[in-house]
Design a protein around this ligand. Structure first.
Ligand code: FA5
Ligand code: MG
Length: 481
């Protein structure tokens, strides 16, 4: 299975950092490859409005009209990409594909009967006095997604292998944190829900488009300790309905690897960290109030925009499933938001990951199903366990090739996705070796084809596999074995 996990943005991941500039990868999708030749002075230009109309009170907030524009089919030409009523000039960074852009029109978190929206509402109800934004455009600048959040220039998250770029300066957000700075200037208690996009691996809990909810709460740095004590006491008194059957383990300690920030008073930071974990534990207890024997644990993490940082994991089907990342906000971000005298926490959680557990949905692809047997099972504000429709047989195919010099698994995955879409259940690396003489590396990937809603025929899959073999040769310039 692909285990690059570069989006975990964690210090635990020892992957070489490469910026897109360093790593202008040769294996770009067919529709964008031509863009390399088209790079010119004009490619520096970004955000050329195609439909100027009434958009602009805030570039961050979609008006009702803009939300409707998100539903218009995006258009990719050899020179431009039009999405959400805006046209962007392509350049060497442009790697977003039609399959992915089409997803920007779906807005699952805004469909009240969809599990992603149901879970969004349930979580939001546990943060009742937070200001909730859920209609921000998925198109953001690299400044918003990375620079404003203290990402180093060579952070792996910026690589074209990991992120969908419209062009050098404009991209599909990879996390809801891209809106943190802006919304924190507006309020001290915020939630942001949105669709996010990542070039990632393919399996039952990873999908290139998913939904996150961001939360943040700020306190006056001087009175944080007392204020938080009062808040926690109040919450615990009111927490009667939350499940006590959940077993939560937290063995994390503040260490130099996951440190307090120099700008912070220790007592205030510890109070904020306490309130953060308390709020998220309470949210989980409320959300899973009917669940028996749920096991939850806290582990250390690293994010450029928080310190100390943690992740929460839930034991699901015998494995620890990471559901959220969080931490104490970097003080520089609060300074830039015009709030230097505050201290605060932030979290970002994966809505599908929680929905997998809550609704018992076995595969993340199902969230994108248009099949009524899926969609008709859910009602607003209600948690009901998913009733699987019959599991259709899998069809397994292997593909082996000599890797090119700049091979990245995410590029291969992208081609699989483009050719076969949601019919692919997962992709595993099952074999690799390096030729002793030529030093060339050979890989063998196993592709598990299985439709969620119908039987697939061997002939149909053979055709897809053949197409995949052709595309892999053409786009990645590899030799098949
Ligand atoms: C982030 O995205 C941080 N922005 C979270 C954060 C916010 C940290 C604020 C601190 C403060 P991460 O890459 O770990 O972190 O993703 C957060 C969550 O998104 C994960 O815990 C997981 O639940 C979900 N997630 C990540 N990748 C995928 C994927 N490919 N498919 C589905 N869910 C995913
Ligand atoms: Mg993570």
């Amino acid at each position: 299975m692909f285990r690059a996990a570069s989006h975990q943005w964690s210090g635990r991941i020892a992957r070489m950092a490469m910026s897109p500039a360093q790593k202008s990868n040769g294996a770009m999708p067919a529709l964008t490859r031509g863009a390399f030749a088209l790079r010119s002075a004009s490619s520096q230009r970004i955000l050329r409005p195609a439909l100027c109309a009434s958009f602009h009170s805030s570039p961050y907030r979609l008006s009702a009209e803009q939300a409707n524009l998100m539903k218009e089919p995006p258009v990719i030409t050899t020179e431009t990409i039009t999405v959400g009523g805006q046209t962007y000039t392509k350049d060497a960074f442009s790697n977003v594909t039609p399959t992915i852009l089409e997803k920007t029109t779906r807005q699952l978190h805004l469909i009240p009967t969809h599990p992603v929206a149901i879970i969004k509402d349930l979580i939001a109800s546990t943060f009742p006095d937070f200001k909730h934004y859920d209609t921000f455009s998925p198109v953001v600048t690299t400044k918003e997604n990375f620079d404003d959040l203290c990402f180093a220039a060579d952070h792996p998250g910026r690589a074209v292998t990991d992120t969908y770029y419209l062009n050098e300066k404009v991209m599909l957000r990879t996390h809801t944190s891209a809106h943190q700075l802006k919304v924190m200037t507006e309020s001290d208690k915020i939630l942001v829900t949105a669709d996010v996009y990542r070039r990632d691996e393919i399996d039952a809990s990873h999908y290139p488009v998913f939904h996150q909810m961001e939360g943040a709460q700020l306190f006056d740095a001087k009175t944080a300790v007392e204020d938080i004590k009062a808040l926690i006491t109040r919450d615990l008194a009111a927490a009667g309905a939350a499940s006590k059957a959940i077993q939560t383990t937290d063995t994390t300690v503040i260490t130099p690897e996951n440190p307090k920030q120099a700008a912070h008073d220790e007592a205030a930071m510890l109070a904020v960290a306490d309130h953060l974990k308390h709020s998220l534990n309470l949210m989980i207890r409320r959300l899973f109030s009917h669940e028996k024997d749920l096991q939850v644990r806290w582990i250390d993490a690293t994010f450029p925009f928080t310190s100390p940082s943690w992740e929460m994991e839930i034991l699901y089907q015998g494995k620890w499933l990471e559901v959220l990342g969080c931490g104490v906000i970097q003080q520089d971000i609060l300074k830039n938001a015009g709030k230097p005298d505050k201290i605060g926490w932030a979290f970002g959680l994966g809505l599908e990951r929680l929905a997998l557990v809550l609704f018992g949905i076995p595969d993340i692809r199902l969230f994108w199903s248009q099949d009524e047997r899926f969609l008709k099972q859910f009602e607003p504000s209600k948690i009901q366990k998913f009733k699987p429709f019959s599991k259709y047989p899998a069809c397994i195919k292997d593909i082996s090739f000599w890797t090119p010099e700049k091979f990245h698994e995410n590029n291969f995955c992208e081609i699989v996705r483009d050719v076969a879409g949601d019919i692919v259940e997962d992709v595993h690396l099952i074999d690799e070796f390096t030729h002793p003489k030529t030093k060339k590396r050979s890989v063998c990937y196993r592709i598990n084809y299985r439709s969620m809603d119908r039987n697939v025929t061997n002939a149909e899959i053979n055709e897809l596999q053949e197409k995949l073999r052709e595309e892999v040769v053409q786009r990645m310039k590899v030799d098949l074995r």
